[in-house]
Design a protein around this ligand. Structure first.
Ligand code: UD1
Length: 378
């Protein structure tokens, strides 16, 4: 029996965990050996039903065995809180492997605890093997909290699974031995492929009264939403685009709070060309991406999902840790200059959008490949 403990904390983790959980379930159902016990720990970083629970239901992820219920806070207090609450859980469960995904505060907090833990004397291991899924992505922007989380998590992981070929070079440049790194592809795309048909059945467009073509917008990156001087021109730009094509904008709680604080919400709510919604479930959101004319976003994962669905994506960031989506896929890295955003979006409206291709290893089988490696090296 091999005991794997997985960590999930924030929304983008859940799609990644779903693929791993599915691979483990299928391994056990086939009666393959060794049997794998899978313990899921939810840190509680995201706690709203719409930011968390609905994903477990939509994606058929087993309910977390343990919830640390940390909630929101500053980076320091949230990270510290997760670490303090996670340490006794790890010492009680003593898993063979700790699997972390992505780059959120929960990822680094639990990795750091596991790297220094001492299992009790007599146990066959001193600490769990640390497995990082989605390793080696780099934006080279250390102003992004996620970039710090990525660098630190990779530095202290034992097995690193990457989504793009370039990730290996980044890791080697940071002194990480190439023997630890496996290019297995993208677990988030596994989950997308498994759910795209089901997502097509979603009635979200009817619920939001969307009948024609539309542009889908998401914004949540602190660098775009936390300051009025950046958020206000972006909102104005969205309003201008909406006068050409309808906009659907599911609003992240961080962005909602900031738009309210800066008195930007009223005008958006009153605009007949804009449909605002709260955070959406996975299947509903996938349905909206799939049929959008363009997606405008600052998310990391959406750059990858649009590439696979062949929908043009305009990314409101100066850099991306996922360059394959620009080089091979449908992504445009534009930044936050309203004129450049409008020019790109209108160009795509006129039919000149990238068609793109699917990056290597993004074939829906990454979760199985990852489990195979873990079983062979544990
Ligand atoms: C986190 C991740 C980010 C990821 C994003 C997806 C870090 C450093 N950032 O950012 O990489 O892209 O999740 O959403 O880990 N809030 C709620 N309900 C919730 C969760 C949050 O209302 O369930 C509000 C709170 O006001 C909170 C704010 O959103 O303070 C930000 O949440 P937090 O988890 O700190 O960061 P995100 O911006 O969501």
């Amino acid at each position: 029996m091999l005991k794997i403990m997985s960590i999930a904390g924030a929304r983008p983790n859940f799609m990644k965990l779903a693929s791993i959980a599915r691979a483990i379930r299928s391994h056990n159902e086939k009666g393959s050996t060794p049997a794998v016990e899978h313990i899921i720990v939810h840190t509680g970083q995201h706690y709203d039903k719409k930011m968390s629970d609905s994903f477990f239901i939509d994606l058929n992820i087993p309910q977390p065995d343990i919830n640390l219920e940390v909630g929101s806070g500053s980076h320091a207090s949230q990270t510290a809180d997760i670490m303090q609450r996670f340490e006794p859980v790890l010492l009680e469960q003593l898993p063979d492997a700790l699997l972390v995904v992505g780059d959120v505060n929960s990822t680094i907090a639990c990795t750091l605890v596991a790297s220094k833990i001492e299992y009790p004397e007599g146990h066959s291991r001193r600490r769990p093997i640390i497995v990082h899924v989605e390793a080696g992505l780099r934006s080279f922007d250390r102003g992004m909290p996620e970039e710090i989380n990525r660098i630190l998590t990779d530095a202290i992981s034992d097995i690193l699974f990457t989504t793009e070929e370039q990730c290996l070079t980044h890791l080697q440049n940071e002194g990480i031995a190439k023997e630890k790194v496996y290019f297995t592809g993208n677990v988030m795309i596994d989950t997308l492929m498994q759910h795209v048909e089901q997502a097509a059945q979603s009635t979200i467009k009817e619920q939001l009264h969307i009948t024609g073509e539309y542009t889908l917008v998401t914004l949540h990156r602190p660098s775009n939403v936390d300051r009025q001087e950046t958020l206000q021109p972006l909102v104005k730009c969205i309003e201008e685009i909406a006068s050409t094509k309808h906009i659907v904008f599911p609003v992240h709680p961080r962005t909602f709070n900031k738009m309210k604080e800066f008195s930007l919400l009223d005008a958006l709510e009153k605009n007949p060309n804009i449909t605002l919604a709260g955070p959406l479930g996975y299947l509903d959101f996938l349905n909206l991406i799939k049929d959008a004319s363009v997606v405008i976003t600052d998310s990391g994962g959406i750059q990858e999902e649009t590439t696979v669905l062949k929908v043009p994506c305009v990314t409101l960031r100066e850099n991306t840790e996922r360059p394959v989506t620009v080089d091979i896929g449908t992504n445009y890295l534009i930044g936050v200059d309203p004129d450049k955003i409008k020019e790109t979006v209108f160009n795509i409206f006129s039919g000149k959008g990238k068609k793109g291709a699917i990056p290597p290893q993004w074939d829906g089988k990454t979760g199985e490949r990852i489990l195979k490696v873990i079983l062979s090296v544990h």
